[in-house]
Design a protein around this ligand. Structure first.
Ligand code: F6R
Ligand code: ZN
Length: 193
Protein backbone atom coordinates (compact mmCIF):
# COMPACT_ATOMS: atom_id res chain seq x y z
CA UNK A 1 0.00 0.00 0.00
CA UNK A 2 1.26 3.47 -0.84
CA UNK A 3 1.95 5.73 2.13
CA UNK A 4 0.00 9.01 2.24
CA UNK A 5 1.68 11.58 0.00
CA UNK A 6 -1.00 14.19 0.49
CA UNK A 7 0.64 17.13 2.27
CA UNK A 8 -2.59 17.98 4.08
CA UNK A 9 -2.06 14.76 6.05
CA UNK A 10 0.76 16.56 7.82
CA UNK A 11 0.19 20.26 7.39
CA UNK A 12 -2.81 22.55 7.72
CA UNK A 13 -2.20 25.29 5.13
CA UNK A 14 -4.94 27.46 6.65
CA UNK A 15 -3.32 27.65 10.09
CA UNK A 16 0.30 26.82 9.24
CA UNK A 17 0.28 24.05 11.87
CA UNK A 18 1.61 20.53 11.65
CA UNK A 19 -1.22 18.08 12.00
CA UNK A 20 0.52 14.72 12.42
CA UNK A 21 3.61 12.78 11.47
CA UNK A 22 6.75 11.97 13.40
CA UNK A 23 7.17 15.37 14.97
CA UNK A 24 10.36 16.65 16.59
CA UNK A 25 10.04 19.74 18.80
CA UNK A 26 12.96 21.98 19.69
CA UNK A 27 12.78 24.45 22.54
CA UNK A 28 15.17 27.23 23.44
CA UNK A 29 17.02 24.97 25.89
CA UNK A 30 17.83 22.59 23.01
CA UNK A 31 19.79 25.37 21.27
CA UNK A 32 22.33 26.06 23.97
CA UNK A 33 25.51 27.38 22.33
CA UNK A 34 23.81 28.30 19.05
CA UNK A 35 23.11 31.98 19.77
CA UNK A 36 25.97 34.48 19.79
CA UNK A 37 24.60 36.51 22.72
CA UNK A 38 25.00 33.98 25.55
CA UNK A 39 23.73 36.34 28.24
CA UNK A 40 20.57 37.17 26.27
CA UNK A 41 20.08 33.41 25.83
CA UNK A 42 20.45 32.72 29.57
CA UNK A 43 18.18 35.63 30.54
CA UNK A 44 15.41 34.43 28.23
CA UNK A 45 15.78 30.83 29.36
CA UNK A 46 15.54 31.90 33.01
CA UNK A 47 12.16 33.48 32.18
CA UNK A 48 10.75 30.82 29.82
CA UNK A 49 11.61 27.97 27.50
CA UNK A 50 9.69 28.74 24.31
CA UNK A 51 9.09 26.29 21.46
CA UNK A 52 11.34 27.45 18.61
CA UNK A 53 10.37 24.95 15.94
CA UNK A 54 8.74 21.65 15.10
CA UNK A 55 9.51 19.30 12.20
CA UNK A 56 7.32 16.45 10.95
CA UNK A 57 9.49 13.92 9.15
CA UNK A 58 7.81 11.98 6.36
CA UNK A 59 9.70 8.78 5.51
CA UNK A 60 7.87 6.78 2.86
CA UNK A 61 10.66 4.21 2.31
CA UNK A 62 14.26 3.32 3.08
CA UNK A 63 15.31 2.17 -0.39
CA UNK A 64 18.37 3.49 -2.18
CA UNK A 65 16.32 5.73 -4.47
CA UNK A 66 13.85 6.90 -1.84
CA UNK A 67 13.37 10.47 -0.69
CA UNK A 68 12.34 11.72 2.73
CA UNK A 69 11.04 15.13 3.56
CA UNK A 70 10.53 17.25 6.63
CA UNK A 71 7.86 19.90 7.07
CA UNK A 72 9.23 22.56 9.39
CA UNK A 73 7.43 25.29 11.33
CA UNK A 74 9.89 27.80 12.80
CA UNK A 75 8.35 30.40 15.09
CA UNK A 76 9.22 34.12 15.06
CA UNK A 77 11.36 35.68 17.77
CA UNK A 78 14.85 36.83 18.62
CA UNK A 79 17.58 36.29 21.19
CA UNK A 80 19.34 39.64 21.37
CA UNK A 81 19.34 40.72 17.73
CA UNK A 82 19.67 37.18 16.38
CA UNK A 83 16.61 35.47 14.91
CA UNK A 84 15.10 32.22 16.17
CA UNK A 85 16.88 29.48 14.25
CA UNK A 86 17.22 25.75 13.80
CA UNK A 87 20.16 23.87 15.32
CA UNK A 88 21.66 23.39 11.87
CA UNK A 89 23.48 20.33 10.60
CA UNK A 90 25.52 18.60 7.95
CA UNK A 91 24.16 15.41 6.50
CA UNK A 92 25.73 12.31 7.99
CA UNK A 93 26.10 11.07 4.41
CA UNK A 94 27.95 14.17 3.24
CA UNK A 95 27.17 13.97 -0.52
CA UNK A 96 23.42 14.24 0.22
CA UNK A 97 21.95 17.44 -1.19
CA UNK A 98 18.57 18.86 -0.15
CA UNK A 99 15.89 21.06 -1.70
CA UNK A 100 14.06 23.52 0.56
CA UNK A 101 10.72 24.93 -0.55
CA UNK A 102 9.23 27.85 1.34
CA UNK A 103 5.49 27.61 2.00
CA UNK A 104 4.77 30.67 4.11
CA UNK A 105 6.44 33.32 6.22
CA UNK A 106 9.76 35.12 5.86
CA UNK A 107 13.14 33.61 6.58
CA UNK A 108 16.66 32.97 5.43
CA UNK A 109 18.95 29.98 5.22
CA UNK A 110 22.59 30.09 6.16
CA UNK A 111 24.69 27.74 4.01
CA UNK A 112 28.32 26.94 4.73
CA UNK A 113 30.59 24.78 2.60
CA UNK A 114 32.29 22.33 4.95
CA UNK A 115 35.69 22.32 3.26
CA UNK A 116 36.11 25.93 2.09
CA UNK A 117 34.05 27.62 4.82
CA UNK A 118 32.36 29.76 2.14
CA UNK A 119 29.05 31.02 3.52
CA UNK A 120 25.98 32.55 2.03
CA UNK A 121 22.55 33.66 3.12
CA UNK A 122 19.55 32.81 0.92
CA UNK A 123 15.99 34.13 1.35
CA UNK A 124 13.38 31.49 2.23
CA UNK A 125 9.85 32.77 1.68
CA UNK A 126 6.64 31.37 0.26
CA UNK A 127 7.36 29.85 -3.17
CA UNK A 128 11.13 30.21 -2.89
CA UNK A 129 13.35 27.23 -3.58
CA UNK A 130 16.84 26.73 -2.19
CA UNK A 131 19.19 24.02 -3.32
CA UNK A 132 21.53 22.93 -0.55
CA UNK A 133 24.46 21.08 -2.15
CA UNK A 134 26.12 18.12 -0.44
CA UNK A 135 28.88 18.83 2.08
CA UNK A 136 27.06 22.02 3.12
CA UNK A 137 26.00 22.89 6.67
CA UNK A 138 22.55 24.49 6.73
CA UNK A 139 20.53 26.42 9.28
CA UNK A 140 17.18 28.16 8.91
CA UNK A 141 16.11 31.44 10.56
CA UNK A 142 12.75 33.14 10.86
CA UNK A 143 13.23 36.83 10.02
CA UNK A 144 9.52 37.72 10.01
CA UNK A 145 6.63 38.07 12.45
CA UNK A 146 4.69 34.90 11.64
CA UNK A 147 5.61 31.20 11.58
CA UNK A 148 7.99 30.25 8.78
CA UNK A 149 6.83 27.04 7.12
CA UNK A 150 8.97 25.08 4.68
CA UNK A 151 9.68 21.62 3.30
CA UNK A 152 13.12 20.08 2.99
CA UNK A 153 13.45 17.08 0.63
CA UNK A 154 16.53 14.87 0.98
CA UNK A 155 17.78 11.37 0.13
CA UNK A 156 16.46 8.74 2.54
CA UNK A 157 19.99 7.91 3.66
CA UNK A 158 21.10 11.54 4.27
CA UNK A 159 20.95 11.41 8.08
CA UNK A 160 21.83 14.31 10.41
CA UNK A 161 25.22 15.19 11.84
CA UNK A 162 24.75 17.78 14.59
CA UNK A 163 28.11 17.19 16.22
CA UNK A 164 30.26 19.43 14.00
CA UNK A 165 27.88 22.35 14.52
CA UNK A 166 27.63 21.72 18.27
CA UNK A 167 31.43 21.86 18.52
CA UNK A 168 32.28 24.81 16.29
CA UNK A 169 29.01 26.46 15.30
CA UNK A 170 28.66 28.26 11.95
CA UNK A 171 31.35 30.70 10.89
CA UNK A 172 28.72 33.40 10.42
CA UNK A 173 25.73 34.77 12.28
CA UNK A 174 22.60 36.44 10.93
CA UNK A 175 21.37 39.39 12.96
CA UNK A 176 18.78 42.08 12.46
CA UNK A 177 20.59 45.29 11.55
CA UNK A 178 18.71 48.41 10.44
CA UNK A 179 15.61 46.21 10.22
CA UNK A 180 17.19 43.71 7.79
CA UNK A 181 18.78 40.26 8.11
CA UNK A 182 22.52 40.80 7.92
CA UNK A 183 25.27 38.19 7.57
CA UNK A 184 28.31 38.83 9.78
CA UNK A 185 31.39 36.78 10.69
CA UNK A 186 31.07 35.21 14.14
CA UNK A 187 33.39 36.78 16.71
CA UNK A 188 35.47 34.53 18.99
CA UNK A 189 34.91 31.36 16.99
CA UNK A 190 37.62 28.88 17.82
CA UNK A 191 39.07 27.33 14.65
CA UNK A 192 41.10 24.88 16.70
CA UNK A 193 38.13 23.02 18.20
C1 F6R B 1 16.64 17.66 6.95
C2 F6R B 1 16.56 19.13 7.10
C3 F6R B 1 15.35 19.75 7.77
C4 F6R B 1 15.78 20.08 9.20
C5 F6R B 1 14.83 20.99 9.95
C6 F6R B 1 15.25 21.22 11.40
O1 F6R B 1 17.84 17.28 6.34
O2 F6R B 1 17.46 19.85 6.73
O3 F6R B 1 14.23 18.95 7.75
O4 F6R B 1 16.00 18.88 9.90
O5 F6R B 1 14.81 22.24 9.32
O6 F6R B 1 16.58 21.65 11.47
P1 F6R B 1 17.65 20.86 12.34
O7 F6R B 1 17.60 19.43 11.88
O8 F6R B 1 18.94 21.52 12.02
O9 F6R B 1 17.23 20.98 13.78
ZN1 ZN C 1 19.29 18.83 6.02
Amino acid sequence: MLPPFDLTQYYNAATGELTSGKCVERRLSDLKGCFADASAFEARLAAENPLLYAVAAVEPGQGEGDLHYGIGVLYPGKIGNEYFMTKGHLHAWRPAAEVYIGLRGQGVMLLEDESTGDSRMEPLTSNSIIYVPGHTAHRTMNTGNEPLVYIGVYPAKAGHDYQAIAEKNFRHIVIEKSGKPTLLPRMNRSESL
